[in-house]
Design a protein. Sequence first.
Length: 286
Amino acid sequence: MAAQILAGKEIAEKIKQIVKKDLEQLKTRGIVPKLVAVQVGENPSSLVYLGAQKKSCAAIGIEHEVKNLDGNVSESDLIQFIKNLNEDRTVTGIILQMPLPPSMDVRKVQSTISPEKDVEGVNPANLGWIVYGRPVLAPCTALAVKELIDSTGVNLYGKEVVMVGHSDIVGKPVALLLVDKFATVSICHIGTSDSGMLETHVSRAEILVVAVGKAHLIKGSWVKKDAIVVDVGINKLGDKIVGDVEFEVAKENASWITPVPGGVGPVTTAILLRNTVLAAKMQFLN
Ligand code: NAD
């Protein structure tokens, strides 16, 4: 029997309904969250993301502003700009759009965002809270993966989880979030592929999460019977957007699977809104 589809849009809608209620409560106290996205130079793909951010903020009632800085801005001026936003009490959330110019130290700049305004969860303090098992403003995509898995009703205790990809904002935090629920988590990456072990690991997974960025890297035939598959990857293949997993074959083996597009993406956006409201609460209600 083919897998059930993990419909990201429905889960995102449920999250947004809760966020809306929280927002209304904040507004009765005169608090209106405002998200500022800082963009250095011009980047066409970032423009698409910014447009989507603006639209989803407007739809729910969060203020959104884009601050464009010249592509030649120095790292120290960018850091000062962020520090000014940290001090500005009308700004409750800060997003630093990627990519930054290659000369900049991305982690150094991200670490200057105030942890309480870091709605993307990229500051080391917020990443550290995940290590402590107390995620607060964690990276939106990692939280989205957890929401999608939880929505299946699966008990993570003792489950074999394979996380393919070990980025700071997806792979590593997802692995930590799941290991804290006592799943047995393996993290695979380019080294696993190069040693020829990727299929071996993937085929053991009762829960498989993939965040690589290579179209159809994971063959559908590798997917274990009744596995839950969460595909984070976004890739262009011809005129189509596809994930990292060979969906059509994988869905014949899996019990649940996310589509691409329409799986992780909408939930990530909803979590960004949730994090933005949470950040405002932390600044004004604590
Ligand atoms: P990244 O680009 O920082 O890292 C890629 C990871 O894949 C690394 O761990 C690398 O070792 C691993 N890798 C590369 N080639 C591999 C191979 N052949 N076999 C096994 N592992 C391999 O990762 P990222 O920033 O987490 O992004 C991954 C994908 O997820 C991208 O397609 C990105 O667009 C997408 N993404 C989607 C969302 C969303 O909301 N849907 C959010 C973030 C990222």
